[in-house]
Design a protein around this ligand. Structure first.
Ligand code: GAL
Length: 823
């Protein structure tokens, strides 16, 4: 029975306050009960369980035992990735494809106590992701294993807990010793967050809500909510289920209640329907978020509360018009990314993810593909808030292996559960628009491709019919057996931009998405001339390549790509021409650790990023920015330090202007205009030291001016923090860019000075980098050499407020410091 009324608002306010007051009370050996009054005990508590773990690298007999002595183990906070703490070596079994960092076995343990008063409550531990083959025990009792390193999972601790003073201990074994098991850097350990969840016996089931918007228009949105409740009750027990929708200002906009619930294994799922009038729609420009608060009450007392994000939007993929969001046609301008966070490795950090997304927004990106695995939940939360269209991807392989020890070996046993858990976890995120059931799956060439695709698509559709399914096909032809299953709502092209325009003839009546494009290669700040001849490196994907540059750099003129891909300009030129090409995901937004195509050792991270591993944009970033944003762009490169007389190609990306004129030391070198489908202009001029000046003009009026000057010898350091005020939460980060300047303040393009960092105050250095793909320097250090004049230091807050000074020194250079406030 459903009715709409206003009860429980008072309860709502009360428990929100209580919740805020008690957050953060879990800690190592802290008690999990709260000394507040009875009513506060009724409500679900989800608490960060990442602090004060003990860690041991290597296997250890009997470390799961409750009484095992771990006092000598290292103390640390999660998330943690032990691989990124290791040394690069060509002998590490992950190989350069996996980043040449160590794997191995690691153990984690954490003790805690649970108050006597909490007898009768249920306790669950939620792991967002453990790489890989995790096994978990509580008090010596085996809870289970999860081979998949990207899946989120939960165990019920309740039957095994001790109450009162007697301690409980969680032990986790992580086995990433059998490598290679991945085609990119995976990281090792409990690299995502862990949560402790306490509920009453009657509570919203794990991932128990599913919120959809079956009808949306400007006037009204119909919201359909399915809620699963765990626990038992008869109608006489007086349980009620309410779903309440709040807008972004926390104003209640709709409510529905179902009374007198009968709860047992057969009748525990409830459908409720609400309407929101004059809904504010979620879009990439304005990602407006409502939320659904689920309340389970017994006789008017709240016994469980649960929040689900709600973005109201509608979208369509059309055979002719491509993608539209809320009735407005647009292109998905996306990037693929792997999950590592550069110098932080795989250890998830929300601010590091947010920074990546900010950098992508700045380039005009509106889409993210979680290649090729379930992402950290925080990524989707950020995409909900920041307005990204996510293609959420589950598998890089099915039953046929791609790397010797990969997931294919446990496919039969695990794929069904992993896929279900993934869809259930992610289906409430408004940012998720597309499910991908696989990337470049070897089965696409035989009949098992059809069988497995059909099975997977049915699993997905059973749990969510509101989003299209695709797969990244590297053989995007009608004979592809995954395509032939007929289960793909969108035909996913990996590469093959030459075939895009033929799509309507090759796949009549089908809808297109470029699941993966480009694979252009570049090292930030490296330039090979002539810039207008294109290199396809390596010649073949499976053969060693030795013809490249001796220093293992790759030119950043957008004149190098993998042979299966294209330069940035080549793909975008086709993509922008036709509406039916609904969108694309560039391989990749950021460089990532591992897969150092086109080179082998000592190259150990990728060259594919539009942005380097440290987060510094390569030049192509500005091509996209000039095409994908309305911001006015004039980007002129390369640097201006060459041998006198050398013929240098000067490129400019620009927009919002008709032409660009170039001057060298005041002398005009000509005005250039993009003609036809040009995306840049170029001058070829003999180098002379001095000042290169470019001026963009519209209707004869100057729009922007940019100068590039010949730099002198390195003389001083400059530091620039991306944020000077960060939170004292032990997690927040300030990314500090280090620039090596000459005496006049010009960045020195060849500078590779070693920079030493010192911190005074409550912070530490979480990682250092410079974006160079072959650097053997450790990421966890308090020094880093610059590369092409830049380096990065990532400062992480501790939990006390105060002022922190980061000082950078280097032999022979004027030092610099920056002050960060920890609040
Ligand atoms: C694709 C593959 C990606 C990455 C990329 C490099 O074929 O899907 O995972 O390997 O090639 O160009």
């Amino acid at each position: 029975m459903h009715k709409t009324f206003n009860r429980a608002t008072i309860n709502m306010c009360r428990f929100t306050l209580v919740l805020v007051a008690v957050l953060g009370m879990y800690a190592c050996k802290s008690t999990i009960s709260f000394s507040a009054d009875e009513s506060e005990m009724q409500i679900r508590k989800r608490t960060d369980f990442t602090k004060d773990w003990s860690f041991h690298l290597g296997d250890q007999q009997n470390a799961q035992a409750a009484n095992f002595d771990d006092s000598q183990w290292r103390k640390l906070n999660l998330p943690h990735d032990w691989s990124v703490e290791g040394e690069f070596s060509k002998d590490n079994p992950a190989g350069t494809g996996g980043g040449a960092l160590p794997g191995g076995i690691g153990w984690y343990r954490k003790s805690f106590v649970v108050s006597e008063e909490d007898k009768g409550k249920l306790f669950f531990i939620d792991f967002d992701g453990v790489y890989t083959n995790s096994e978990v025990w509580v008090n010596g009792q085996y809870l289970g294993k999860r081979p998949n390193g990207y899946i989120s999972f939960r165990y019920d601790l309740t039957p095994y807990l001790n109450y009162g003073d007697q301690e409980n201990v969680i032990a986790v074994k992580v086995d990433n010793s059998q490598q290679p098991n991945s085609r990119w850097y995976s990281g090792s350990g409990i690299y995502r967050n862990v949560w402790m969840v306490k509920t009453n016996p009657v509570h919203v089931a794990h991932l128990g809500t599913f919120v959809t918007t079956p009808e949306v228009n400007e006037q009204i949105a119909r919201i359909a909510i399915k809620t699963k409740i765990d626990g038992k009750a008869t109608q006489k027990d007086g349980y009620a289920l309410s779903s309440v929708i709040y807008d972004a200002d926390n104003r209640e906009v709709a409510r529905v209640t179902s009374d007198n619930l009968q709860l047992n294994a057969e009748t525990n799922e409830f459908d409720q329907n609400l309407t929101v009038e004059n809904p504010r729609l979620w879009s990439v420009e304005e990602p407006y978020l409502y939320k659904v608060v689920t309340l389970v009450e017994q006789d008017g007392e709240v016994v469980d509360n649960f929040e689900t994000p709600l973005g109201i939007r509608y979208f369509n993929f059309d055979v002719e018009r491509g993608f539209s969001l809320n009735g407005k046609q647009m292109k998905i301008l996306g990037v693929c990314n792997h999950h590592d966070l550069g110098a932080l490795g795989a250890a998830i950090n929300t601010r590091a993810l947010e920074r990546q997304l900010e950098i992508m927004k700045g380039m005009g990106v509106n889409g993210i593909r979680t290649s090729h695995n379930p992402p950290a939940p925080e990524l989707l939360e950020l995409c909900d808030k920041m307005g990204f269209i996510v293609m959420d991807e589950m598998f890089d392989m099915w039953k046929k292996e791609k790397s010797k020890y990969d997931y294919s070996h446990v496919w039969d046993e695990w794929h069904k559960q992993d896929l279900q858990d993934f869809i259930r976890r992610d289906r409430n995120h408004p940012s998720v628009f597309i499910w991908s059931i696989g990337n470049e799956i070897p089965e696409q060439g035989d009949s098992t491709g059809t069988l497995i695709a059909t099975e997977l698509a049915h699993i997905v559709k059973n749990l969510d019919k509101t989003r299209p399914i695709t797969a990244g096909l590297n053989e995007p032809y009608p004979h592809n057996t995954i395509y032939k299953s007929g289960e793909l709502d969108l035909v996913g092209f990996n590469y093959h931009h030459q075939d895009f325009e033929k799509f309507p003839e090759t796949f009549p009546g089908e809808k297109f998405i470029a699941t993966e494009t480009t694979s252009a290669l570049a090292t930030r700040g490296s330039y090979d001339m002539p810039s207008d001849s294109i290199r396809r490196w390596p010649y073949k994907w499976d053969e060693p390549f030795t013809d490249g540059n001796e220093d293992l750099t790759v030119s950043a003129y957008d004149n190098v790509s993998a042979p299966w891909g294209s330069t940035h300009e080549e793909t975008w030129k086709v993509m922008k021409k036709h509406d039916f090409l609904s969108g694309m995901f560039i391989w990749t937004g950021f460089d990532y650790i591992g897969e150092p195509t086109p080179y082998g050792w000592p190259a150990r991270s990728s060259y594919f990023g539009v942005v380097d591993l440290a987060g510094f944009p390569k030049d192509s970033y500005y091509m996209y920015k000039s095409e994908w944003t309305n911001e006015t762009v004039l980007h002129v490169f390369p640097h201006w330090n060459w041998k006198p007389g050398k013929l240098v190609d000067v490129w400019a990306y620009y927009n919002n202007a008709d032409e660009v004129e170039l001057f060298l030391n005041g002398k005009a070198l000509g005005t250039k205009k993009k003609e036809g489908d040009d995306l840049h202009v170029m001058w070829r001029i003999p180098f002379q030291p001095g000042t290169l000046r470019a001026v963009s003009r519209k209707d004869g009026k100057e729009v922007l001016t940019k100068e590039v000057k010949t730099a002198g010898a390195p003389a001083k350091i400059m530091l620039k923090a991306d944020r000077e005020n960060i939170k004292a939460d032990g997690k927040d980060l300030s990314f500090v860019t280090v620039k090596i300047l000459d005496k006049d303040g010009n960045i020195v393009p060849g500078a590779d000075n070693m920079v030493n960092f010192k911190i005074a105050g409550n912070a530490f250095i979480a990682g250092v980098d410079n974006g160079l793909q072959t650097s053997m320097e450790p990421f966890k250090a308090s020094q880093r050499s610059a590369f092409h004049g830049l380096a990065l230091a990532i400062l992480q807050a501790k939990e006390e407020a105060g002022e922190v000074t980061l000082t950078a020194t280097s032999d022979g250079l004027e030092p610099a410091s920056v002050i960060i406030n920890i609040e």
